[in-house]
Design a protein around this ligand. Structure first.
Ligand code: G1P
Length: 299
Protein backbone atom coordinates (compact mmCIF):
# COMPACT_ATOMS: atom_id res chain seq x y z
CA UNK A 1 0.00 0.00 0.00
CA UNK A 2 1.33 3.43 -0.94
CA UNK A 3 0.56 5.91 1.86
CA UNK A 4 1.23 9.31 0.32
CA UNK A 5 -1.04 10.64 -2.38
CA UNK A 6 1.00 13.57 -3.65
CA UNK A 7 4.22 11.66 -4.31
CA UNK A 8 6.32 14.81 -4.21
CA UNK A 9 9.47 13.07 -3.05
CA UNK A 10 10.65 10.68 -5.72
CA UNK A 11 14.24 10.00 -4.81
CA UNK A 12 16.10 8.63 -1.81
CA UNK A 13 19.79 8.59 -0.99
CA UNK A 14 20.90 5.53 0.95
CA UNK A 15 24.41 5.96 2.38
CA UNK A 16 26.00 2.51 2.56
CA UNK A 17 29.71 3.20 2.60
CA UNK A 18 30.34 2.94 6.36
CA UNK A 19 32.89 0.48 7.69
CA UNK A 20 30.48 -1.13 10.16
CA UNK A 21 32.98 -1.03 13.01
CA UNK A 22 30.20 -1.47 15.61
CA UNK A 23 29.48 -4.86 14.11
CA UNK A 24 32.93 -6.41 13.79
CA UNK A 25 34.04 -9.10 13.16
CA UNK A 26 31.34 -9.99 10.60
CA UNK A 27 31.67 -6.62 8.83
CA UNK A 28 35.34 -7.33 8.15
CA UNK A 29 34.22 -9.19 5.03
CA UNK A 30 30.45 -8.54 4.68
CA UNK A 31 28.78 -5.14 4.27
CA UNK A 32 26.64 -4.42 7.33
CA UNK A 33 23.86 -3.32 4.94
CA UNK A 34 23.63 -6.96 3.83
CA UNK A 35 23.20 -8.43 7.33
CA UNK A 36 19.85 -10.22 7.32
CA UNK A 37 16.93 -9.41 9.57
CA UNK A 38 15.00 -12.69 9.23
CA UNK A 39 15.52 -13.19 5.47
CA UNK A 40 16.01 -9.71 4.03
CA UNK A 41 19.14 -7.56 4.20
CA UNK A 42 19.00 -4.37 6.28
CA UNK A 43 19.06 -2.16 3.20
CA UNK A 44 15.95 -3.82 1.79
CA UNK A 45 13.93 -2.53 4.77
CA UNK A 46 14.89 1.07 3.87
CA UNK A 47 13.97 0.45 0.24
CA UNK A 48 10.56 -0.98 1.16
CA UNK A 49 9.89 1.92 3.55
CA UNK A 50 10.49 4.31 0.63
CA UNK A 51 8.45 2.31 -1.87
CA UNK A 52 5.43 2.51 0.46
CA UNK A 53 5.71 6.32 0.09
CA UNK A 54 5.94 6.29 -3.70
CA UNK A 55 9.73 6.72 -3.76
CA UNK A 56 11.22 4.47 -6.44
CA UNK A 57 14.53 6.08 -7.42
CA UNK A 58 17.47 5.19 -5.20
CA UNK A 59 20.99 6.56 -5.13
CA UNK A 60 23.07 4.17 -3.05
CA UNK A 61 26.46 5.40 -1.85
CA UNK A 62 28.76 2.43 -1.55
CA UNK A 63 32.43 1.94 -0.73
CA UNK A 64 35.08 -0.74 -0.68
CA UNK A 65 33.86 -4.34 -0.12
CA UNK A 66 30.25 -3.41 -0.91
CA UNK A 67 29.89 -5.16 -4.28
CA UNK A 68 27.28 -7.59 -2.90
CA UNK A 69 24.84 -4.66 -2.47
CA UNK A 70 24.94 -4.06 -6.23
CA UNK A 71 24.53 -7.77 -6.89
CA UNK A 72 21.52 -7.90 -4.56
CA UNK A 73 19.72 -5.18 -6.53
CA UNK A 74 20.49 -6.87 -9.85
CA UNK A 75 19.01 -9.78 -11.74
CA UNK A 76 20.56 -13.19 -11.08
CA UNK A 77 20.17 -15.09 -14.34
CA UNK A 78 21.81 -18.27 -13.03
CA UNK A 79 19.69 -18.37 -9.87
CA UNK A 80 16.49 -17.74 -11.83
CA UNK A 81 17.33 -20.53 -14.29
CA UNK A 82 18.08 -22.89 -11.44
CA UNK A 83 14.83 -22.07 -9.60
CA UNK A 84 12.80 -22.66 -12.75
CA UNK A 85 14.62 -25.91 -13.49
CA UNK A 86 14.08 -27.24 -9.98
CA UNK A 87 10.37 -26.33 -9.88
CA UNK A 88 10.80 -23.46 -7.39
CA UNK A 89 9.41 -20.68 -9.60
CA UNK A 90 7.33 -19.45 -6.66
CA UNK A 91 10.58 -17.97 -5.27
CA UNK A 92 11.17 -15.80 -8.35
CA UNK A 93 9.08 -12.91 -7.01
CA UNK A 94 11.08 -12.92 -3.77
CA UNK A 95 14.41 -12.50 -5.53
CA UNK A 96 13.13 -9.89 -7.97
CA UNK A 97 11.76 -7.22 -5.65
CA UNK A 98 14.37 -4.85 -7.12
CA UNK A 99 12.31 -4.69 -10.30
CA UNK A 100 9.90 -2.31 -8.52
CA UNK A 101 12.48 0.52 -8.47
CA UNK A 102 15.53 2.10 -10.12
CA UNK A 103 18.99 2.08 -8.56
CA UNK A 104 22.13 4.12 -9.14
CA UNK A 105 25.34 3.30 -7.31
CA UNK A 106 28.08 5.76 -6.48
CA UNK A 107 31.30 4.75 -4.89
CA UNK A 108 32.59 6.99 -2.11
CA UNK A 109 36.33 6.47 -2.52
CA UNK A 110 37.29 7.74 0.93
CA UNK A 111 35.16 7.18 4.04
CA UNK A 112 35.04 10.89 4.90
CA UNK A 113 31.72 10.89 6.75
CA UNK A 114 27.98 11.12 6.20
CA UNK A 115 28.05 14.73 4.92
CA UNK A 116 30.59 13.77 2.28
CA UNK A 117 28.60 10.64 1.34
CA UNK A 118 25.47 12.73 0.73
CA UNK A 119 27.49 15.21 -1.33
CA UNK A 120 28.58 12.34 -3.62
CA UNK A 121 24.92 12.09 -4.75
CA UNK A 122 24.73 15.73 -5.88
CA UNK A 123 25.12 15.02 -9.63
CA UNK A 124 22.18 12.61 -9.45
CA UNK A 125 19.67 14.87 -7.69
CA UNK A 126 18.06 17.79 -9.52
CA UNK A 127 16.29 20.70 -7.87
CA UNK A 128 13.94 18.38 -6.06
CA UNK A 129 13.73 17.58 -2.36
CA UNK A 130 14.80 14.05 -1.50
CA UNK A 131 14.83 11.55 1.36
CA UNK A 132 17.88 10.19 3.16
CA UNK A 133 17.58 6.90 5.05
CA UNK A 134 20.34 5.45 7.20
CA UNK A 135 19.97 1.69 7.03
CA UNK A 136 21.14 1.07 10.61
CA UNK A 137 17.86 2.53 11.79
CA UNK A 138 15.08 0.06 11.16
CA UNK A 139 11.64 1.57 11.51
CA UNK A 140 8.90 -0.93 12.25
CA UNK A 141 7.18 -1.58 8.89
CA UNK A 142 3.76 -0.83 10.43
CA UNK A 143 4.80 2.75 11.26
CA UNK A 144 4.19 5.68 8.90
CA UNK A 145 7.21 7.80 9.85
CA UNK A 146 8.44 8.60 6.34
CA UNK A 147 4.94 9.35 5.03
CA UNK A 148 4.38 11.70 7.99
CA UNK A 149 7.70 13.45 7.30
CA UNK A 150 6.75 13.95 3.64
CA UNK A 151 3.43 15.38 4.79
CA UNK A 152 5.24 17.82 7.11
CA UNK A 153 7.62 18.74 4.28
CA UNK A 154 4.61 19.51 2.10
CA UNK A 155 3.21 21.77 4.83
CA UNK A 156 6.37 23.80 5.51
CA UNK A 157 8.38 23.27 2.30
CA UNK A 158 11.46 22.93 4.48
CA UNK A 159 13.80 20.11 5.48
CA UNK A 160 12.39 17.67 8.05
CA UNK A 161 14.48 15.50 10.36
CA UNK A 162 13.19 12.56 12.39
CA UNK A 163 13.84 12.73 16.15
CA UNK A 164 13.52 10.48 19.16
CA UNK A 165 14.04 11.28 22.80
CA UNK A 166 16.98 9.29 24.18
CA UNK A 167 18.26 8.72 27.74
CA UNK A 168 21.04 11.08 28.87
CA UNK A 169 23.56 8.25 28.66
CA UNK A 170 22.94 7.85 24.90
CA UNK A 171 23.05 11.52 23.89
CA UNK A 172 26.71 11.33 22.83
CA UNK A 173 25.85 8.66 20.22
CA UNK A 174 23.61 10.92 18.13
CA UNK A 175 23.17 14.25 16.41
CA UNK A 176 21.20 16.31 18.95
CA UNK A 177 18.90 19.24 18.21
CA UNK A 178 17.80 22.29 20.13
CA UNK A 179 14.46 23.79 19.16
CA UNK A 180 10.93 24.76 20.08
CA UNK A 181 7.72 22.86 19.60
CA UNK A 182 5.43 24.24 16.90
CA UNK A 183 1.71 24.31 17.55
CA UNK A 184 0.38 22.13 14.77
CA UNK A 185 -3.11 20.70 14.59
CA UNK A 186 -2.29 17.43 12.83
CA UNK A 187 0.98 16.61 14.55
CA UNK A 188 0.35 18.34 17.87
CA UNK A 189 3.32 18.21 20.19
CA UNK A 190 5.54 16.47 17.65
CA UNK A 191 6.87 19.14 15.29
CA UNK A 192 9.90 21.23 16.29
CA UNK A 193 11.40 24.30 14.71
CA UNK A 194 15.08 23.54 15.08
CA UNK A 195 17.50 26.27 16.15
CA UNK A 196 20.71 24.26 16.51
CA UNK A 197 22.17 20.84 15.71
CA UNK A 198 25.25 19.33 17.35
CA UNK A 199 26.88 16.05 16.32
CA UNK A 200 27.36 13.62 19.23
CA UNK A 201 27.77 16.15 22.05
CA UNK A 202 28.68 15.26 25.61
CA UNK A 203 25.63 15.50 27.88
CA UNK A 204 26.79 18.79 29.43
CA UNK A 205 26.99 20.43 25.98
CA UNK A 206 23.83 18.86 24.53
CA UNK A 207 21.04 21.33 23.73
CA UNK A 208 18.38 18.68 24.59
CA UNK A 209 17.99 14.93 24.48
CA UNK A 210 16.10 14.95 21.17
CA UNK A 211 18.27 12.78 18.93
CA UNK A 212 18.39 12.74 15.15
CA UNK A 213 17.45 9.28 13.91
CA UNK A 214 18.33 8.18 10.42
CA UNK A 215 15.48 9.68 8.40
CA UNK A 216 15.72 13.06 6.69
CA UNK A 217 13.78 14.95 4.02
CA UNK A 218 16.30 17.40 2.59
CA UNK A 219 16.23 20.20 0.07
CA UNK A 220 18.76 20.67 -2.69
CA UNK A 221 20.44 23.70 -1.08
CA UNK A 222 22.10 21.37 1.43
CA UNK A 223 24.67 20.40 -1.23
CA UNK A 224 26.15 23.87 -1.49
CA UNK A 225 26.53 23.94 2.29
CA UNK A 226 28.10 20.48 2.39
CA UNK A 227 30.69 21.70 -0.10
CA UNK A 228 31.80 24.38 2.32
CA UNK A 229 31.83 22.68 5.75
CA UNK A 230 35.00 21.74 7.60
CA UNK A 231 35.64 18.31 9.08
CA UNK A 232 33.83 17.96 12.42
CA UNK A 233 33.39 15.21 15.01
CA UNK A 234 35.83 12.36 14.41
CA UNK A 235 37.53 14.34 11.62
CA UNK A 236 34.61 13.56 9.30
CA UNK A 237 32.37 15.82 7.20
CA UNK A 238 29.18 15.66 9.22
CA UNK A 239 25.68 16.06 7.78
CA UNK A 240 24.67 17.45 11.17
CA UNK A 241 27.18 20.31 10.80
CA UNK A 242 25.89 21.02 7.28
CA UNK A 243 22.31 21.21 8.54
CA UNK A 244 23.37 23.45 11.41
CA UNK A 245 24.97 25.82 8.88
CA UNK A 246 21.86 25.63 6.67
CA UNK A 247 19.84 27.06 9.57
CA UNK A 248 21.41 30.45 8.75
CA UNK A 249 19.57 30.34 5.42
CA UNK A 250 16.28 28.57 6.04
CA UNK A 251 14.01 26.92 8.59
CA UNK A 252 14.46 23.25 9.40
CA UNK A 253 11.85 21.17 11.22
CA UNK A 254 12.11 18.12 13.43
CA UNK A 255 9.45 15.45 13.78
CA UNK A 256 9.36 13.57 17.06
CA UNK A 257 8.78 9.91 16.22
CA UNK A 258 7.13 7.99 19.04
CA UNK A 259 6.93 4.64 17.27
CA UNK A 260 9.18 1.60 17.19
CA UNK A 261 12.73 1.93 15.89
CA UNK A 262 15.63 -0.47 16.17
CA UNK A 263 19.30 0.47 15.98
CA UNK A 264 20.33 -2.53 13.93
CA UNK A 265 23.89 -1.21 13.56
CA UNK A 266 24.34 -2.12 17.23
CA UNK A 267 24.59 -5.80 18.14
CA UNK A 268 21.87 -5.82 20.77
CA UNK A 269 19.60 -3.57 18.67
CA UNK A 270 20.07 -6.01 15.80
CA UNK A 271 18.97 -8.92 18.00
CA UNK A 272 15.91 -6.93 19.14
CA UNK A 273 15.01 -6.10 15.52
CA UNK A 274 15.38 -9.73 14.48
CA UNK A 275 13.13 -11.05 17.26
CA UNK A 276 10.52 -8.31 16.87
CA UNK A 277 10.25 -8.56 13.10
CA UNK A 278 10.24 -12.35 13.27
CA UNK A 279 7.31 -12.19 15.71
CA UNK A 280 5.44 -10.19 13.08
CA UNK A 281 5.84 -12.90 10.46
CA UNK A 282 2.79 -15.18 10.56
CA UNK A 283 4.83 -18.26 9.60
CA UNK A 284 7.16 -17.87 12.62
CA UNK A 285 5.16 -15.93 15.18
CA UNK A 286 3.49 -18.67 17.26
CA UNK A 287 6.45 -21.07 17.13
CA UNK A 288 8.89 -18.32 18.15
CA UNK A 289 6.71 -17.23 21.09
CA UNK A 290 6.61 -20.81 22.37
CA UNK A 291 10.33 -21.22 21.81
CA UNK A 292 11.21 -18.04 23.74
CA UNK A 293 8.86 -18.97 26.62
CA UNK A 294 10.51 -22.39 26.98
CA UNK A 295 14.01 -21.04 26.45
CA UNK A 296 13.91 -18.39 29.16
CA UNK A 297 12.93 -21.06 31.71
CA UNK A 298 16.33 -22.70 31.17
CA UNK A 299 18.36 -19.52 31.85
C1 G1P B 1 24.61 9.25 12.12
C2 G1P B 1 24.51 10.76 12.23
C3 G1P B 1 23.92 11.16 13.58
C4 G1P B 1 22.59 10.47 13.78
C5 G1P B 1 22.74 8.93 13.62
C6 G1P B 1 21.38 8.25 13.66
O1 G1P B 1 25.60 8.80 13.03
O2 G1P B 1 25.79 11.34 12.04
O3 G1P B 1 23.74 12.55 13.63
O4 G1P B 1 22.08 10.77 15.05
O5 G1P B 1 23.37 8.61 12.37
O6 G1P B 1 21.48 6.87 13.56
P1 G1P B 1 26.24 7.31 12.97
O7 G1P B 1 25.31 6.43 13.73
O8 G1P B 1 26.33 6.95 11.52
O9 G1P B 1 27.58 7.46 13.63
Amino acid sequence: MVYTSKDMIKKAILPAAGLGTRFLPVTKASPKEMLPIVDKPLIQYSVEECEKCGINDFVIITGKNKRSIEDYFDKSIELEASLIKTGKSDLLAEINTHLNSNYAFIRQSDPLGLGHAILCAKPFVDDEAFAVLLGDDIIDPDETLLADMIDIYETYRAPVIALQQVPDGEVSRYGIIGGDKVEDSRYADSVFKINTLVEKPSIDLAPSNYAVIGRYILTNDVFEILESIRPGKGGEYQLTDGLNALLQKRDIYGYLFRGKRYDAGDKFGFIQATISLCLKRPEFSEALKEYIKDLVKTF
